[in-house]
Design a protein around this ligand. Structure first.
Ligand code: ADE
Length: 353
């Protein structure tokens, strides 16, 4: 393992970021650091599990709807989930809402600049605390996400996987030192993230364009493709979801909200049965609340992959009635509600008449 001079990382990464950074809606024009703390909170939570291009599309709409942390704290959870539609991992939206309330109730309405105080806010872990402290307040704090872990593991030439304890400790130590050596810790932190996204990618690192190539042990040894070692992934589990699409005379659709916890918690769906090993039969679907009859459909099937699951959807048509928490909703009401990506396809882009 090699010793690395943090100044040989901080300077080159800041200069590279200044010149090469992509214009993205969470970056203020001209200068990346000292961004609005609320925008940094929202965007960094969105960016944790969603691609930058998708976040770039959705962030401006979210901020139009909730322009300040007060507006977000005061909002109904369902409205926050609706504004999060299409970004996936909806637990983040609930945590963001809880974070906004905590800032209003416990921090006099402004995001604290201090790493420890940020960590006490729900939904803010070490990465997000470091991102906000550095990018919004220019504090010398590191922000180590998966991208930065990969970049710095390569720089250090570490063996093993990115989730290994010793590797995490070694990378943190270097990231701390880089933050301390940076003239703009925000640019250094975001520069490392950007480098991981556009140059030091998992499968095709472009060392010829890399400002850290000279300092990089993996590059020197030609091992950039082998660092970090890949995770062994558990195979995805199957989930069969069989639903009934019922329309009334005025084109409304029968929907209910999913359970408050678990996959797509609280989001809209048609009457549905889930199983780990097979699709439900029409007779089983006819026993669901609100479903009166099912006309079996052939061909309305598709697959949706989540991180851990292969979800197999099959939809039938049917007739139904509103009862209990199953209700008729217009297209406009559904569009304004909380929808997962596959349920948007089922309820709004449906090929059914
Ligand atoms: N991923 C996480 N944070 C990011 C940022 N600030 N810019 C680009 N990609 C990111």
């Amino acid at each position: 393992m090699s010793r690395v001079d943090p100044a040989a990382i901080a300077g080159p990464i800041e200069r590279w970021f200044e010149a090469a950074r992509r214009e993205l809606p969470w970056r203020s024009p001209g200068r990346a650091s000292r961004r609005d703390p609320y925008v940094t909170l929202v965007s960094e939570l969105m960016l944790q599990q969603t691609q930058a291009a998708r976040v770039a599309e959705r962030l401006p709409g979210f901020l139009d709807r909730f322009p300040s942390i007060e507006a977000l704290a005061r909002a109904d959870e369902d409205d926050v989930l609706a504004a999060w539609s299409g970004l996936g991992y909806y637990r983040r939206a609930r945590l963001l809402h809880a974070a906004a309330k905590a800032v209003i109730d416990e921090h006099d309405g402004s995001m604290p600049p201090d790493h420890a105080a940020l960590l006490s806010i729900p939904g803010i872990g070490p990465y997000t605390a470091g991102a906000i402290a550095s990018m919004a307040f220019d504090r010398p704090e590191p922000a180590v996400d998966g991208n930065v872990m990969r970049v710095l593991m390569r720089v250090l030439g570490l063996a093993g996987r990115a989730d290994g304890r010793a590797n995490i400790a070694r990378v943190r130590e270097l990231a701390n030192a880089v933050a301390a050596a940076a003239s703009s810790p925000g640019d250094a932190a975001e520069g490392l993230i950007e480098l991981g996204a556009v140059v030091c990618s998992p499968r095709s690192p472009d060392c010829a364009r890399c400002p850290l190539a000279e300092a990089c042990a993996a590059h020197r040894d030609g091992r950039q493709h082998q660092v970090p070692e890949p995770k062994r992934r558990a195979p995805k589990r199957d989930l069969f979801i069989t639903g009934v699409l019922c329309r009334d005379g005025s084109g409304r659709t029968l929907v209910s909200a999913r359970a408050r916890s678990g996959l797509w918690a609280g989001m809209l769906e048609p009457p549905t049965i889930e199983s780990a090993d097979r699709h439900a039969t029409p007779a089983e679907l006819e026993a669901l609340k609100g479903v009166r009859s099912v006309r079996p459909q052939h061909g309305l099937e598709f697959e949706h992959l989540t991180t851990h699951r292969r979800v197999l959807f099959r939809l039938h048509q049917g007739a139904g009635e509103a009862t209990g928490d199953v209700s008729w909703m217009t297209t406009e009401q559904i569009e304004a509600g909380a929808l997962s990506t596959p349920h948007r396809r089922i309820l709004l882009d449906s090929v059914l008449p």
